[in-house]
Design a protein around this ligand. Structure first.
Ligand SMILES: NC(=O)c1ccc[n+]([C@@H]2O[C@H](COP(=O)([O-])OP(=O)(O)OC[C@H]3O[C@@H](n4cnc5c(N)ncnc54)[C@H](OP(=O)(O)O)[C@@H]3O)[C@@H](O)[C@H]2O)c1
Length: 384
């Protein structure tokens, strides 16, 4: 029996994880469910999964649950409790699916504690990839990707020589605006941006998908997860989201992973690779699907994919700024304070004022993260 803590349990990845775990109640038991504000959803999850702990990092949301949890379930109400639930000696696996850099302390604590860390929360690796992967090496923690593209690449690497990798190729759906006339993109509303054609995801990542900032973040994530030089990383638009990732080897062979787009697949793989767990996703019927299409990424339509090149070529401070500015601008767009195309403009402005230097400690990550959020906010105020 493996014992699991789910960070971000009340979100989209959290729900898919709950589904996989409930399918295998004989193999997984839940130590803790961690949410932030959505206490109604947490109440449902707590009664379905019967965890030892429920933690809401928002104290007011935690108070709403007082007296309503299943018998014996304990209640925590802050990030310290989330960190404790990620490092508890009884825990084998931490599924990290909070959204944003706010998830870093609990995920990194799990890494320091040597857990198996199933990582959906890509912002952890974007902001502190070097420190995160070094901590895993030091503690023996296994970091397994949940992001479908990285889970695909992980599978394409098994049994192959790392020195023979020519290119890692992440696929991108291109989001809802893949074919939209660039001159009309200023008018895009938050409702249009969160309506993803293939994936049902949280609001922040849906907007990131629409700006292709998500793919940009994923390229940075891949650099750390797979320890490859940035010039070996690329992305291609594949509207059907059936091929999730590919690895091209030096002999010209390309190994790809295909599956229906459903996050329960990569989650099941991250929880247990071998033997594989039934995930509940539909089996792929390629004859019914009929065709798979591909197109190059258009950097004029998606300037985030141009910007990420300088982030990948530069030192760690650029990635911290890139992520922090994006989180701030993405939220400002969802709050209708700025337009859709302003998101990447704000990120670019922050990048222009950012030092390109190595980052050696978590304190430094947080101070640069804070500084970049302040800069992003001042650019946003100038627009609004
Ligand atoms: N959804 C996908 O298909 C998908 C695919 C690949 C990777 N990812 C990555 O997985 C992560 C989660 O994505 P998602 O789509 O599941 O997001 P989501 O549906 O918005 O869920 C986010 C989770 O984080 C919690 N949270 C929000 N703010 C928080 C805070 N300040 N402190 C602590 N917890 C906080 C939320 O709690 P409450 O809701 O209770 O407030 C919720 O449990 C992201 O990093 C995303 O990039 C997602």
């Amino acid at each position: 029996m493996k014992r699991i803590t789910i960070l971000g349990a009340t979100g989209s990845i959290g729900s898919s994880t709950a589904d996989v775990v409930l399918r295998h109640a004989d193999q997984f038991t839940v130590h803790a469910l961690v949410g932030h504000r959505n206490h109604q959803r947490m109440l449902q999850l707590a009664h379905a999964l019967k965890p030892a702990w429920v933690i809401m990092t928002d104290a007011q949301a935690a108070a709403e649950l007082q007296g309503n949890l299943p018998d014996g379930c304990r209640l925590g109400s802050d990030m310290d409790a989330a960190v404790a639930a990620s490092t508890d000696a009884s825990v084998d696996i931490v599924l990290a699916a909070m959204v944003g850099a706010v998830g870093l302390p609990a995920a990194l604590a799990a890494v320091h504690a040597g857990k198996r860390v199933a990582l959906a929360n890509k912002e952890c690796l974007v902001t502190a990839g070097r420190l995160f992967m070094q901590a895993a090496k030091d503690s023996g923690a296994v970091v397994v990707p949940v992001d479908s593209e990285h889970a695909a690449v992980h599978q394409c690497l098994v049994g192959h020589d790392a020195g023979s990798i020519r290119r890692i190729i992440l696929t991108a759906s291109g989001g809802p605006f893949r074919d939209r006339e660039p001159s009309t993109m200023e008018d895009i509303t938050p409702e249009q941006a969160v309506a993803h054609p293939n994936w049902d995801m949280g609001a922040k990542i849906s907007v990131d998908s629409a700006t292709m900032m998500n793919k940009a973040l994923e390229l940075i994530e891949a650099r750390w997860l797979f320890d490859v030089a940035p010039d070996k990383l690329s992305a291609i638009i594949h509207p059907q989201s059936i091929i999730h990732g590919m690895v091209e080897y030096t002999d010209g062979s390309v190994v790809a992973q295909l599956a229906e787009p459903d996050m329960r697949g990569p989650i099941a793989y991250a929880l247990r690779m071998s033997p594989r767990l039934a995930s509940g996703i539909d089996f792929l019927d390629l004859a019914t699907r009929g065709r798979l299409d591909f197109q190059a990424v258009d950097e004029a339509r998606f300037p985030s994919m141009r910007l990420v090149k300088s982030v990948l070529a530069g030192a760690d401070s650029l990635a911290v700024a890139f992520n922090a500015a994006n989180e701030t601008a993405n939220q400002a767009f969802r709050d209708r304070r700025i337009g859709f195309m302003d998101i990447v403009r704000v990120v670019e402005q922050v990048m222009q004022g950012c030092e390109d230097v190595s980052v050696h400690s978590l304190d430094e990550v947080w101070s640069r993260d804070h500084e970049s959020r302040v800069m992003a906010e001042s650019h946003i105020r100038r627009i609004t």
